[in-house]
Design a protein around this ligand. Structure first.
Ligand code: ADP
Ligand code: MN
Ligand code: MN
Ligand code: MN
Ligand code: MN
Length: 360
């Protein structure tokens, strides 16, 4: 029998084929969100490069194989909503972010984009900007944090956050590759840093206007899974991957409106805090699964049950940074969302809370 590593990818061989002429045809990889917060994708050959999103045909997949539809009515439709250059295939090839729809004309149960897009559209005049800080943990093929001793633990937290040097950071090649892949695809990746727990990292996407943040963040997650796949690493967005004295992973959500960014915007920010405080429980419902284990009040988190906000306070639900308080304008940082939350749900909930419900 051939040894298992015979089946591992061989990037040197792959390079030869990636360079072959496609004879004018374009590969479009359709990406969607599945039932467990993962991404799925499949590829379609197009006769030529699409000039706009309208030129990308609707498509479908077998929803019974992804837990998104029953077997006796399994077609789920893919509706293209955003298109990005493909950093893996290069050339004219594209990645296509899709919404999922059912045959009865209703959004799929896991399509949280639709309602959020209606809210964003209705409140476009406020010019909502979002910047999300995506934390995640790299795991080895066995599911143990990347770079950790087998069956053991590294030295306590301290040297790892923004660390440099052997033994302090793990997986920088993956992080670096993902950073460049995002830039190539036109994702507004605004930075990256090593996190407090070794093997844990963060990157930021934004500021993006309205629904675009969710589209870009989901595409950046897809890119991360795919890059890590090439390095034989797993990505987990679990909010508390390792119990105990190890930091959890969040999805800090920075928010502003045109009013908050203008002179005297602090007044609008304070008004927003008042509104957020009244809907804390509803926010927590869509701020990620397993978030209770992360929001213990320790490790730079707030209490799970109680809303609080403060200037420069990393132990509050919402932080307004010092600069913003001094300028009297800017944005606020909702620190509650967990790393596995759906950005469409988060940003939709924020807009709904600040501007009111919209019938969609
Ligand atoms: P932290 O100090 O919490 O680690 P980061 O630098 O990691 O903050 O992330 C800050 C995020 O805030 C970035 O994604 C950035 O794009 C976003 N941001 C900056 N200004 C605004 C703004 N006016 N409105 C919304 N988001 C903003
Ligand atoms: Mn088939
Ligand atoms: Mn950050
Ligand atoms: Mn962080
Ligand atoms: Mn933050």
């Amino acid at each position: 029998m051939a040894s298992p590593d015979k089946y591992m990818s061989n990037t040197a061989n792959l390079q030869k084929y990636l360079q072959l002429d496609q004879k004018g045809a374009v590969i479009a990889e359709y990406v969607w969100i599945d039932a467990s917060g993962g991404t799925r994708s499949k590829c379609k050959t197009l006769p030529k490069k699409p000039q706009s999103i309208k030129e990308l045909p609707e498509w479908n997949f077998d929803g019974s194989s992804t837990g998104q539809a029953p077997g006796d009515n399994s077609d789920v439709y893919l509706r293209p909503v955003a298109v990005y250059p493909d950093p893996f295939r290069l050339g004219e090839n594209v990645l296509v972010m899709c919404e999922t729809w059912m045959s009865d004309g209703k959004p799929n149960a896991y399509n949280f984009r639709h309602d959020a897009a209606v809210l964003m559209e209705k409140n476009a005049k406020h010019e909502f900007w979002f910047g999300l800080e995506q934390e995640y943990t790299l795991l080895d093929a066995m599911g143990w944090p990347y770079g950790w001793p087998k069956n053991g633990f590294p030295a306590p937290q301290g040297p790892y956050y923004c660390g440099n040097g052997t033994g302090k950071v793990f997986g920088r090649d993956i992080v670096e590759s993902h950073y460049k892949a995002c830039m190539y695809s036109g994702i507004m990746i605004s930075g990256t840093n090593a996190e407090v727990m070794p093997g844990q990292w963060e990157y930021q996407v934004g500021p993006c206007t309205g629904i675009e943040l969710g589209d870009q963040l989901w595409m950046s997650r897809f890119l991360l899974h795919r890059v890590a796949e090439e390095f034989g690493a797993k990505v987990t967005f679990a909010p508390k991957p390792i119990p105990g004295d190890w930091n959890g992973a969040g999805l800090h959500t920075n928010v502003s409106t045109a009013e908050m960014r203008a002179d005297g915007g602090m007044k609008a920010i304070e008004g927003a805090m008042e509104k957020l405080s009244k809907r804390h429980a509803e926010h927590m419902k869509v701020y990620g699964e397993g978030n209770e284990a992360r929001m213990t009040g320790a490790h730079e988190t707030a209490s799970y049950d109680k809303f609080s906000w403060g200037i420069a306070n990393r132990g509050a639900s919402v932080r307004v940074n010092r600069q913003c308080a001094e300028d009297g304008k800017g944005y606020f940082e909702d620190r509650r969302p967990a790393s596995n939350a759906d950005p469409y749900q988060i940003t939709g909930m924020v807009v709904e809370t600040l501007c009111g419900k919209v019938e969609g």
